[in-house]
Write a protein that binds this ligand. Structure first.
Ligand SMILES: Nc1ncnc2c1ncn2[C@@H]1O[C@H](COP(=O)(O)OP(=O)(O)OP(=O)(O)O)[C@@H](O)[C@H]1O
Length: 252
């Protein structure tokens, strides 16, 4: 089964910021996800949900060019992106925030941002507008920050690269619910203020759908539910069944 997340209004927008057409991917010879179709407009947030092992992270890594695709296409602003080439994906504006954050823990907050800054792009201190909590940590080593602050820094470091599409993996991992809620709010603000599209891989289905415009649910590598976030949020029971691998939703 495939499904399409159509966030563009066909009467006003002809080109999606991010588009996947029958995209498949995995590691080695195994497919972790298959035939994923999606369209995401600038400034919109897509929540990618699903149980453990559903293929969510593999989808993000494939979009970021860190894994080769095994079929289908990825398009950014209508231009086809060659798979398996992280430098090309980065040049096309795809920026990944990995679940382990990958910060330089011995370097200060400022230096973590400096190494990612682009010529002509925002200066590190400009990121404090979006992440004011980092100001009082500015000179501290990233490794000395709390989990929530580290996640903010990881997001700020992605944002300083002026992404067209921000790919965020398990932003909430290991964080207190209150911090998670704040981060989700910030994601919505980033999409609106910076006009970038955000693909948000998450386990916290309810919070993610509250922050997203659209949702897509993977189960066993296949899209089993997709549509406006508000509609998916109204199907929490079906979502929960998927998480517990209910037989009716097995994609085979
Ligand atoms: N490093 C790896 N080597 C081989 N197979 C892997 C590796 N990482 C994940 N897989 C396999 O790929 C499939 C998809 O995993 P993936 O991590 O994309 O799922 P996920 O939906 O992100 O799950 P989770 O929420 O637990 O992170 C699973 O069958 C998993 O066992």
């Amino acid at each position: 089964m495939t499904a399409t997340v159509e966030t563009t209004n066909p009467t006003t927008t002809t080109t999606a910021r991010l588009e996947c057409v029958k995209l498949s991917g995995g590691r080695g010879s195994a497919l972790a996800f298959r035939d994923v179709d999606l369209k995401l407009a600038p400034g919109k947030v897509l929540a990618v949900l699903g149980p453990n092992g559903a293929g969510k992270t593999t989808l993000l890594l494939t979009l970021a060019g860190l894994l080769p695709s095994k079929g289908g296409n990825v398009l950014v602003d209508g231009a086809r992106l060659r798979g398996g080439r992280p430098a090309l994906a980065s040049r096309a504006g795809l920026v990944l925030v990995p679940d382990n954050r990958c910060l330089f823990v011995g370097m200060s907050v400022e230096d973590n941002l400096k190494v990612a800054a682009k010529r002509g792009g925002p200066k590190p201190r400009e990121l404090l507008e979006t992440f004011p909590a980092l100001e009082r940590r500015w000179d501290l080593a990233a490794g000395a920050l709390s989990g929530g602050e580290q996640q903010m820094l990881a997001m700020a470091r992605a944002l300083i690269q002026q992404p067209k599409v921000l790919l965020v993996d398990e932003m909430s991992l290991g964080l207190a619910p209150l911090i998670v809620e704040q981060l989700f709010e910030t994601v919505g603000k980033i999409a609106r203020d910076h006009g970038c599209s955000v693909v948000l891989v998450e386990q916290y289905a309810k919070l993610a759908l509250d922050a997203a415009d659209d949702g897509l649910v993977l189960s066993r590598g296949r899209v089993v539910l997709a549509g406006p976030a508000g509609e998916l949020a109204g199907q929490v029971e079906r979502l929960e069944n998927l998480y517990f691998d209910a037989p009716e939703d097995k994609a085979g």
